[in-house]
Design a protein around this ligand. Structure first.
Ligand SMILES: Nc1ncnc2c1ncn2[C@@H]1O[C@H](COP(=O)(O)OP(=O)(O)OP(=O)(O)O)[C@@H](O)[C@H]1O
Ligand SMILES: [Mg+2]
Length: 276
């Protein structure tokens, strides 16, 4: 046995970085009381048939559904402007939905602010501006833990174990780090809240293929500690290879949904979104 939750890559048994998460939820219930049944699925987090846009502008999302099940990695892919980030923001509460709802562990959280959702256990790493560049690495991690009143040092050690380079650079301004290291800071910051579910919008944006592979390995390690991961990825093929579930979004709609394997094998998906 090891005290490092990220070292042993067998199974999703170590949940020490998470708060206890329910493994089963009943049928989600709409505010009106009617049950929403999602056949064959048991999502821990779901944005269900979300419709809405920014402010008073036109709808960007059209009955768009994205979800992640306990212990799994779900990946959202699709062309630029498809609404991937918008769907993530909607799940995190940064958009006023005209229709649809968001359920976390069976609870309808559609009306909650983003901060309240963090309090409920959601960790979100946005696509842009996801670190404080003028603060040190360690200060970024401390900021991540803003909602906590307990001792954050064990979690910080776990983040440093996951991303050892961050420990070496902990007193350096985060803005001085490389792209891949900055993404590690962003993910580490989100982990500092001890999330029950982690949402990542393009965690490998702008990094080399080798760094991308390393980041994916770390993300898999996080998932294996029991934190379900809902992730948008531009590197569609590689991301679907590690995905339990994949969503292809096009123009704010679900175009294809399946296991990562199914989508990788689908001739239409291959031709249109994976370069053949
Ligand atoms: N803050 C905003 N206000 C108004 N419209 C926005 C805003 N952010 C995005 N949009 C619009 O919403 C649509 C979807 O954008 P979104 O960023 O969700 O796409 P995406 O799939 O994440 O694209 P990318 O792959 O480039 O990150 C686009 O037409 C975009 O112009
Ligand atoms: Mg985006």
């Amino acid at each position: 046995m090891t005290s490092n939750p990220y070292q042993d890559d067998r199974g999703n048994k170590d949940r020490s970085i998470t708060r206890p998460a329910a493994t089963h939820m009943g049928d989600p219930v709409k505010p009106g009381g009617s049950a929403v049944r999602v056949e064959g699925e048991n999502p821990f987090l779901i944005g269900h048939e979300m419709t809405g846009g920014y402010g008073t502008g036109a709808d960007i999302l059209h009955a768009c559904t994205i979800a992640v099940e306990p212990g799994e990695i779900a990946v959202i892919v699709g062309p630029n402007g498809a609404g991937k980030s918008t769907a993530m923001k909607a799940v995190f509460g940064m958009l006023n939905l005209r229709d649809g709802h968001v359920l976390l562990d069976g609870e309808d959280i559609s009306a909650l602010s983003p901060q309240a959702r963090v309090g409920k256990g959601m960790g979100f790493v946005p696509q842009t501006s996801n670190i404080f560049t003028s603060l040190t690495v360690e200060e970024n991690l401390e900021m991540g833990a803003f909602i906590r009143r307990d001792d954050i040092s064990p979690t910080m050690e776990q983040v440093y174990t996951l991303f050892p380079i961050l420990k070496d650079k902990r007193h350096q301004a985060a803005g001085e780090l490389s792209g891949g290291q900055r993404q590690q800071v962003a993910v580490g910051r989100a982990l500092m809240t001890q999330p029950k579910v982690l949402m990542l919008d393009e965690p490998t944006a702008g990094v080399s293929p080798i760094v991308m592979d390393e980041l994916f390995d770390r993300i898999i390690e996080v998932a294996r500690t029991g934190i379900p991961i809902l992730m948008v990825e531009q590197n569609a093929r590689q991301a679907l290879e590690i995905a339990d579930k994949g969503y292809v979004l096009v123009q704010g709609r679900n175009a294809y949904t399946g296991t990562g394997k199914e989508l990788l094998a689908d001739p239409d998906v291959r031709k249109s979104f994976l370069g053949g």
